[in-house]
Structures are given as C-alpha cells and as structure tokens.
Design a protein around this ligand. Structure first.
Ligand SMILES: [Zn+2]
Length: 394
C-alpha cells in the first residue's frame, strides 16, 4: 500500500506539473512555443513511487537527463522525503547526483550541499557532514543553518574549542545571545584541563566562562573543584557556600564535596552549624539535603541525620517497600537498614529532571540531551516512588 508520504510526494509532483503547465499556458502567451505538457518522465517516476517500487523510482530519477530550474526542486523534495523516511542512502544518492551536474548554478549547488550535509548528519557520518557545513558556513546563504548544525556536531563530539568558535561566529551573524552556552563550552574545557591536572589552563578557561553575562554557576562549581583538588580547602568551602546561597538547588552537588573537605579538615561540627543556619533560613531545603545525603551515603552529621529521619517519617509510600512497622526511632540498626534500602532505591531512580521537557537522569547534565537547553535540570527532593513502582510492575 502506498504510504502517506508517497501520497504527499505524488501531490507535490502534480502541483509542480500543474504550475509548469499554467506558466506555459498563461505566462508566456506571446511566445509561439506551445505550453509544455506534463513531463512524462516525472509521471513514470510517480508511478513507481505510487506502486512502492522505491528502487525503480530512485534509479529512474537518477537517470533523468534534464534537471533544470523547474525540475530541480522536485529532486530536492524527493531527496528530503527519503531522508525523512529514514532512507538516508537514497537521499544521499539523489543529492550527490544533483551536485555532480556540471551546469548547476552556485545557489543550487549550495542548496544541494546543505541537503547532502543533512543526510550525512542523519546517517551519523559526522566527519563528512562537518566538512560540508564548514564549507557552507564560510560563505553561502546557509551560513546560519550550517553553523547551527556544526555546533550540534561539536557538542556531540566534545570538540569544545570548535564549538566556542562556531557559536561566536553564529552570535555575530544571527544576533542571538549565546553567552550562556559559550560559558558552558569554556567550563567543559576547564574540566578537561583539570582532569589532566593542568590547573593553570583550567583557571584560564573558568575566567573566560565567567567573563560574560548571564553567568553560569557552573563556572564557580568548576573553580571550587579546582581549589579542592589543589588543596585550597578554604577557597573551595567559600565557593561552595556562595554557590548554594545563590542557587539552593545546587546543594545536591555542593554537599558531598563540602562533607569530604570538612571530614579531611576535621571540621564536621563547623559544617553541622553552617547547615543548621542555612536550614533556618530555608527550611524547605530539608528534604533535598536528606535526599542528597541518602544518595551519597552521608551520615554521622547530626543535622543531616535529623533531616533524613524527618524525611523517612514523612514518606508514607516507603511502607510499600520497607517494613517500617518493625523500625522504631531508637533502633539504630533498623534505621540504618532503612537508609541503605532507600539509598538503593534512590540510586535506581532519576535524580534530575529538565524543567523544559521533563527529561530525567541520574547525574546532573548541564545540557539536556533531549531538548538541548542549558541549565534546565533540577534535582528531585524526593525519591520517585511512582517510578520505582512502574519499574517493578513492568
Ligand atoms: Zn530538556
């Protein structure tokens, strides 16, 4: 049976054919030449398509000798249709065939190059796609589109310096503000440098990340990691504190690091007091502190243990999984057992969710892989028991 897409293409052919006929009929009355008939070659191709003989249709179109201004759009439409249907090999052949024509105008060549680059992108042939997009980004009417796609490729391949360059060029050309995403690229570069213990280079990248507005808090977080890794505990603690004051949700990232530093420095009582002060100002953060502690196995800090106990008591759904009746408040071993079970559950369910599209993940992702927005993920302050239930049912 012909598919919906086939009918769409058939409609397109008839429209083009009719337009060509109408132009001949009404547009050029003074000319002696009769109006062009419906192109028999296209009708043959159309017949193949309607019979779902896609290979024959493809070969037929590839062999058509005459591709001119009137008919080239049909070839593009066919190529794009193949790509949308996931038949990328066919799309590539159609577009390569257009490019191979010696009499092609520069504008049409660029259009064909763009289409072919999109085919390669869809096929996952990123190197080939990149080459074509670079060529188009250097001077064509498709510069903006090409730069957009290049940025996607560089993000996927983690080529962050190239992503910075392309985004800066795109910002100038399109007038769009890409400061936040460029700051994230610099943070990626800083994190990579820090992984290689090149802390001077990492600091340089952080500086670049912090130079624009709006500023990303990720820059401060990277700075804090660098301070922690280089033994500058004072700076690291100050930065983590600032980060949480500016955006309380980042306690999910800052708390484990802060606990690690304070354990090393034997300052857990100072930390206990600091968290108490913070929770007096923001009592709604208790469940996020508890959740973060449970996931990261943080214990033996009185205020954090209090938060976890409150959290356990306030979660009736827990009874579905753990026999809470057997647990009393002074039964330390049983409480520890509940915490371990909860920790296991928490680790098997997503902790972060994108505010834009709802995509969820275990780890904090600065760019949402689904909608590609930056800094839109927020941590869950509770274990998603409904998700656990769904998993256990399916
Ligand atoms: Zn998203």
């Amino acid at each position: 049976m012909p598919t919906e897409a086939t009918f769409l293409l058939a409609g397109l052919f008839l429209l083009l054919a009719a337009a060509g006929w109408a132009m001949g009929r009404f547009g050029e009355r003074d000319e002696v030449e009769p109006p062009p008939p419906l192109n028999i070659d296209y009708l043959k191709g159309l017949n193949f398509l309607l019979n779902e003989q896609t290979d024959q249709a493809l070969e037929h179109f590839l062999k058509m000798v005459r591709v001119d201004d009137k008919t080239i759009e049909t070839h593009f439409a066919l190529g794009n249709l193949f790509r949308r249907r996931g038949e990328v090999d066919r799309a590539i052949r159609i577009h390569q065939n257009i490019i191979a024509r010696p009499d092609l105008a520069a504008e049409q060549r660029d259009q064909a190059l763009l289409a072919l680059a999109n085919d390669y992108l869809k096929a996952g042939l990123l190197d080939r796609a990149e080459k074509l997009f670079v060529r188009l980004s250097e001077g064509s009417r498709y510069q903006v589109d090409a730069l957009d796609k290049l940025i996607r490729i560089y993000e996927q391949e983690k080529e962050w310096q190239k992503a910075v360059d392309a985004a800066q060029q795109l910002a100038v050309l399109s007038g769009r503000s890409l400061v936040l995403q460029i700051a994230h690229y610099y943070c990626e570069l800083a994190e990579a440098a820090a992984r290689h213990k090149d802390f001077d280079l990492a600091r340089e990248y952080v500086k670049k990340a912090q130079s624009g507005r709006p500023r990303t808090l990720r820059g401060s977080l990277v700075q804090a990691h660098i301070a922690q890794q280089t033994g500058d505990s004072g700076t690291a603690l100050r930065l983590y504190q600032q980060i949480v004051e500016e955006h309380t949700y980042l306690i999910s990232e800052a708390l484990p690091a802060t606990v690690a530093i304070c354990t090393d420095e034997d300052q857990l009582d100072v930390l206990d007091q600091a968290i108490r002060t913070m929770l007096e100002k923001n009592p709604e953060m208790r469940s996020l502190v508890a959740h973060t502690a449970v996931v990261n196995d943080i214990g033996d800090i009185p205020i954090i243990d209090e938060c976890v106990e409150m959290y356990l008591a306030s979660e009736p759904t827990l009874a579905e999984f753990i026999d809470l009746q057997t647990v009393s408040a002074d039964d330390e071993e049983a409480t520890a057992r509940v915490r371990r079970a909860l920790s296991k559950l928490a680790r098997s369910t997503p902790r972060y969710q994108c505010r834009e599209c709802g995509f969820s993940s275990q780890r904090l992702l600065w760019q949402c892989p689904s909608c590609r927005s930056w800094e839109t993920q927020r941590p869950a302050s509770r274990v998603q028991f409904d998700t656990v239930l769904q998993h256990s049912i399916t």
